[in-house]
Design a protein around this ligand. Structure first.
Ligand code: AMP
Ligand code: ZN
Length: 117
């Protein structure tokens, strides 16, 4: 579902659907994943609708940088920076993307395996 009008994360951004919000500024929202895969599992999203990494334009470089820096800042605030954390963008079917509004997964609080299955 790529339509902005039907976008779950746009609805969270507009407060039409509740979420456990952990950070917000003019351009970025972060909230806890509803189905956490680690003790810390948040999603960091741009407030502007971008369906997937395949849709990024050069003028989006700034917001992508903000998402990554925000993930690192939240990890630091949660005290998991030193032990380590994982950040993931899933893109399209084979990567398991289910919500087509880009989101950076921030996972931490437990040891992770590599490669991911
Ligand atoms: P992805 O599979 O990479 O597209 O990730 C989508 C993520 O969104 C999954 O980890 C879901 O658990 C999460 N998710 C789906 N609906 C919600 C919701 N209403 N609030 C918070 N997280 C959600
Ligand atoms: Zn959206």
């Amino acid at each position: 579902m790529n339509d902005v009008a039907d976008c779950l994360f746009c609805k969270i951004i507009k407060r039409e659907i509740p979420a456990s919000i952990v950070y917000e500024d003019d351009r970025v929202l972060a909230f806890n994943d509803i189905n956490p895969q680690a003790p810390t599992h948040m999603l960091i999203v741009p407030k502007q609708h971008i369906a997937s990494l395949n849709d990024l334009q050069p003028h989006d470089d700034g917001i992508v940088g903000e998402l990554v820096r925000r993930a690192a800042a939240i990890a630091r605030d949660r005290g998991i920076s030193g032990a380590g954390f994982r950040t993931v963008f899933n893109t399209n079917r084979e990567a398991g993307q289910t919500v087509f509004h880009i989101h950076l997964h921030l996972l931490g609080g437990r040891a992770m395996e590599w490669p991911p299955v």
